[in-house]
Design a protein around this ligand. Sequence first.
Ligand SMILES: *[C@@H]1O[C@H](CO)[C@@H](O)[C@H](O)[C@H]1NC(C)=O
Ligand SMILES: *[C@@H]1O[C@H](CO)[C@@H](O)[C@H](O)[C@H]1NC(C)=O
Ligand SMILES: *[C@@H]1O[C@H](CO)[C@@H](O)[C@H](O)[C@H]1NC(C)=O
Ligand SMILES: *[C@@H]1O[C@H](CO)[C@@H](O)[C@H](O)[C@H]1NC(C)=O
Ligand SMILES: *[C@@H]1O[C@H](CO)[C@@H](O)[C@H](O)[C@H]1NC(C)=O
Ligand SMILES: *[C@@H]1O[C@H](CO)[C@@H](O)[C@H](O)[C@H]1NC(C)=O
Length: 459
Amino acid sequence: MFRVILISSLLAMVLAGLLNVVLPVTNKLPDFSDITDDVTDVVKSRMNGLVSKGVGRNVKELIGIQKKLKIINKIAAEQVKRANAKHGNPSAHPVVFEESVDHLGMKNKDEVLDSLLFQGDMFLPEDQLDRMIEDAANELGWGHDVLTKLGVATRSKRQALINPPNDYRWELPISYYYDDSICMLVQIEKPKSIAFVLSSLIPGMTAKDTLYDSTMGTNLGPQFGDIVLINNHYQCMCQNATVTCANGGYPNPNGCATCICTGGYGGTTCSDRDPGTENGGATLQATASDSCQTLKTCLGNDDNITNVYNQKSWFIIQAPAGKQVQLIFTKAGSTPGMPFTKTYGCKFQGVEVKIRSGEYNRTGFIFCGDNPVLVSNTTNIIPFTSDNNLAILQIYTMKNMFNLEVKYRYVDSTTDPTTYPVSCQPCQDNNTTCASLVQSCNDPQIASDCPATCGTCPT
Ligand SMILES: *[C@@H]1O[C@H](CO)[C@@H](O)[C@H](O)[C@H]1NC(C)=O
Ligand SMILES: *[C@@H]1O[C@H](CO)[C@@H](O)[C@H](O)[C@H]1NC(C)=O
Ligand SMILES: *[C@@H]1O[C@H](CO)[C@@H](O)[C@H](O)[C@H]1NC(C)=O
Ligand SMILES: *[C@@H]1O[C@H](CO)[C@@H](O)[C@H](O)[C@H]1NC(C)=O
Ligand SMILES: *[C@@H]1O[C@H](CO)[C@@H](O)[C@H](O)[C@H]1NC(C)=O
Ligand SMILES: *[C@@H]1O[C@H](CO)[C@@H](O)[C@H](O)[C@H]1NC(C)=O
């Protein structure tokens, strides 16, 4: 959402820069004859693969997006032509859509995917491209009929305020205050503007509850709470919804017979588990307390390619009524030996953990891979225990495989909190020769000495 706004305003700025003076109106339209809906079967099947990975809703939409990006390039060329004409410079350089800005440092070598990305790295949905085209075309003096012929959906009426004076607006200035914990030096030196400094020693910002530290800055897209905020702010909530939503969801203002669901849930009424992008995940029952079951799963491919989307899977773990779910993470991270970039907000891969009742409608704790705060080892077992009988996990990845192994059981107030059944404990190889013995795991002695290497850990 944030980047989307950023880009629209970027385009607007470029337009303003180029077009802030009255132009010689030539009104001759560019040649649109090369903008068609035709794509080859090869490209179509490639698009199908992308759709299954969460790029676009269907192939038809991807074809539309490809086409609209071509229209945007025409618009850019036209803007440049007019700007240059105004400055008496006949040579046209496409400045607007030059791939000079490498927004997230991501690159891909996939031609079909490239043709679907705005500025080379951003996937914008079709309706958003429509709006960008419409706004830019208005500036160029192209009528609606031109756009309609090109298959661009136009808004019949453009109004900033629908219902003045009752509409809400953000008022400037937006107030802020210094928390007492901000050091005095900052308060004295920067009385008017706040500077946040990146330091390798001091985190720029920490959450009150440190388990949420990495949740800040996450790249998972607008979250349930963000969308609630916006729908409330603009008073969009359904008045006469025909649906009752489960698990904290609410009727979708964009179609009041369906629901917007809290993270982990999906379906028309939020009664199902969200199938994620891979139609995967699982709903599991914790059936024992004196031993642990094991959830072992992974997501993504170790191909070193940074995708433009996150693959996502959800897991819902339920304990019997009146009990709590206890999770012990024994693995959460990239495949050993594979490169992994840890960032604030865990942009490239991570796991989200929701274990607090009353907070399932919030984004949970997010951990990047191999975080010792999350992952237990033989000498340091870290239980994550829900305060009711539900735990929700999401794993996601944009680059390379994310591997998860979590032990789970149910507990209650009578459970001894100081000892863990063997099956709940992380299992490690007994000695360092194990790596070289992987071929000999069928030897029972080696299998018992090298349980992690041989995959013979108790489950
Ligand atoms: C989340 O649920 C709590 C408790 O039911 C409620 O108070 C809160 O408003 C909800 N938040 C959102 C964003 O829906
Ligand atoms: C909702 O229903 C009420 C009463 O049936 C009706 O007066 C109102 O116009 C409806 N609102 C919308 C937005 O359809
Ligand atoms: C990915 O990168 C790692 C380390 O840079 C390398 O060892 C591995 O061979 C690469 N894999 C592929 C499929 O490119
Ligand atoms: C277990 O984790 C703790 C905390 O991160 C660490 O200090 C300790 O060295 C680890 N022990 C082993 C055997 O890896
Ligand atoms: C390590 O494991 C191997 C194979 O089971 C065994 O022969 C060796 O004695 C072990 N070494 C140690 C130090 O435990
Ligand atoms: C290796 O560790 C397992 C438990 O993880 C233990 O049962 C076994 O006796 C150990 N073997 C050796 C040779 O230490």
